[in-house]
Ligand binder design. Structure first.
Ligand SMILES: Cc1cc2nc3c(=O)[nH]c(=O)nc-3n(C[C@H](O)[C@H](O)[C@H](O)COP(=O)(O)OP(=O)(O)OC[C@H]3O[C@@H](n4cnc5c(N)ncnc54)[C@H](O)[C@@H]3O)c2cc1C
Length: 538
């Protein structure tokens, strides 16, 4: 990793080497700017990281699946030249109450045939549903790349921006009600327009009901938006598809770092920024915890908006109104991850008859009914950890044997819900209880599995907050809820990556379009900066 001298002057200093900080830095370096990226942790990637939690095991400790990284970023930065490789995975298998494991074939007709076992109406509705989401996908994909304007400002420039936005997004007009339905309805109500069987509702509703990591349930308004997740990336370009990343998610961050390095981007780890230096209302650099100062013409923060303005920028540099608006931006996560090193793998009861074949699934979804999903959230609302959590049981070493020593496997289990926030008990006792519950739950569907493990590693929301700097442990830095989207993200009036401090910009999941390993906030922040410098587009 590159070293930097204290008091060296850069064009741009970036606080944080999360994937968005690296994307932003790489584009700016490519445009000819002298960029330095400073990361608090000993490794780059933020919540897109691979860590050797136990010797010989490569664990993607936060993000585990590449589903959203945008083809433009992969191709512009030529990530495939720097070790980025996505491995395709077998289809997901989901046990369903009374029916055994169902293979979630990616081909529409094959999954429709599975649904026909439960309801002829659902089997007929499924292709129409897929077609409907495919039509909505491009509308949202375009919106994701927009740099939000402020509709409350009456200036010629703003009116022009709004008019151009309206023109670019004119496809939205004919679909206005569909768009607002997806943004405002619960996933349960939305899916209820298409499907009637409990099985279809459990299969289609799993991700929006829990997989997003937020503290939401199937009936929470606004969760229909998460149904679009599979549409937010075009997988038909030369950038390839989605799946598991060879070597774990940290390989993605490392590829971005290497791509930036060839344009001169410097990256320093174990370099915690203690303060953003502001002189006469303008950001002029940063001071590190070790006393170094790094001066730059402008500063971009990849740290969460909350950390940036509560810990790094002096209160006096921003108005009390800005601070009070930012204090309302947030949301605690209730998801957890359990990583296990194992010798034997769970074999699902009834897998032989499912049509999956002889191999081992690399992903099993545990949510056998709508009632299961509702109960998992109901327990949380009653203030207790879910007795029967929903689970994404991933076994990445099935498709990438380099992740575990020979003869061993890595299980990466994501699930919910565990109460979070002030007063929540996230101690060792809770972690052992979560591990035991996860193993008991898997054994309900794979009774021959020993459940024995060689090592275990549990991450709760407070771990994500402390170790990764995610406020409230939130994968998106703050909930993707209607009041925190688009021109209100992170704060109304400052959704265009600018801040009240001149030459201080934000480039993280705290910005539109939120979290997920997309690269979009990093790209858009670079675009705003290059335009401000009169250098055109990245
Ligand atoms: C459990 C979990 C599972 C997830 N699963 C997926 C998934 O499967 N697929 C997916 O696409 N997304 C997933 N996500 C979401 C995704 O990982 C994040 O939304 C995304 O990585 C955020 O990237 P970022 O660069 O915006 O911010 P971050 O990753 O938060 O990066 C910010 C960086 O700034 C650094 N920093 C903070 N303060 C300072 C300071 N003072 N000085 C120096 N550095 C500092 C931090 O250490 C960090 O490296 C998951 C997240 C979690 C938590």
């Amino acid at each position: 990793m590159d070293r930097i001298q204290s008091r060296m002057k850069y064009d741009v200093v970036i606080v944080g080497a999360g994937h968005n900080g690296l994307v932003c830095g790489a584009y700016l370096a490519k445009a000819g700017l002298k960029v330095c990226v400073l990361e608090r942790r000993p490794l780059v990637g933020g919540a897109c990281a691979t860590e050797e939690v136990w010797p010989g095991y490569k664990v993607s400790t936060a993000a585990h699946m590449l589903g959203l990284l945008q083809p433009r970023v992969i191709l512009d930065l030529e990530l495939q030249k720097f070790g980025y490789e996505v491995l395709s995975t077998p289809p997901i298998v989901q046990p369903i109450d009374g029916a055994g494991p169902i293979v979630l074939w990616r081909e529409t007709d094959r999954l429709a045939a599975q649904l026909a076992r439960f309801s002829a109406k659902d089997a007929a509705a499924y292709p129409r549903y897929v077609d409907h989401l495919a039509k909505m996908g491009p509308i949202f994909r375009r919106l994701m790349w927009e740099i939000p304007f402020d509709p409350a400002v009456m200036s010629l420039r703003n009116l022009r921006d709004m008019a151009m936005f309206a023109w670019r997004n004119r496809g939205f007009v004919g679909r206005f009600h569909d768009v607002t339905d997806l943004l405002t309805m619960s996933a349960y109500d939305y899916l209820g327009r298409w499907f009637e069987s409990d099985a279809a509702m459990a299969i289609m509703g799993y991700y929006p009901a829990g997989g997003s990591g937020q503290s939401v349930g199937y009936h929470t308004e606004g969760t229909a938006y998460f149904l679009l997740r599979g549409q937010l990336r075009d997988s038909t370009t030369p950038a390839g598809g989605t799946g598991l990343v060879r070597g774990g998610m940290g390989t993605v961050a490392d590829a971005i770092r290497k791509s930036g390095a060839r344009f001169g981007m410097e990256t320093r780890v174990d370099a915690e920024v203690a303060r953003i230096l502001v002189e006469s209302g303008k950001a002029v650099g940063v001071a590190l915890s070790n006393g170094d100062e790094v001066r730059a013409d402008l500063v971009i923060s990849n740290a969460s908006a909350r950390h940036t303005f509560t810990s790094l920028v002096d209160d006096a540099a921003v108005s009390s109104e800005f601070r009070s608006r930012l204090s309302a931006f947030g949301g605690h996560a209730t998801a957890f991850k359990v990583h296990l090193a194992v010798e034997d793998l769970p074999r699902l009861d009834g897998i032989e008859a499912s049509g999956f074949g002889d191999g081992q699934p690399s992903q099993i979804t545990i949510a056998p009914s709508v009632a299961w999903l509702e109960q998992a959230y109901g327990d949380l609302q009653a203030g207790t950890p879910s007795r029967r959590p929903y689970l994404t049981v991933q076994i990445p070493s099935v498709v990438d044997p380099t992740l575990a020593p020979q003869g061993r496997h890595l299980m990466s289990i994501y699930g919910g819900h565990i109460p979070s926030g002030p007063g929540a008990d996230h101690g060792e006792g809770t972690k052992q209880a979560v591990t035991d519950r996860v193993i008991e739950t898997i054994k309900l569907f794979a009774p021959t599995w020993s459940g024995a493990y060689l090592h275990r590693h549990v991450m709760l929301s407070s771990d994500y907050e402390q170790q990764f700097g995610l406020p409230g442990g939130n994968p998106h830095h703050a909930d993707l809820s209607l009041s925190q989207l688009f021109f209100r993200r992170p704060v109304a009036g400052y959704a265009d990556h600018r801040t009240p401090v001149r030459d201080l910009y934000l480039c993280s999941a705290s910005n539109h379009p939120g979290g997920g390993v997309t690269g979009i906030p990093g790209y858009n922040a670079a675009l705003v900066v290059l335009r401000a410098l009169g250098r055109g587009t990245p």
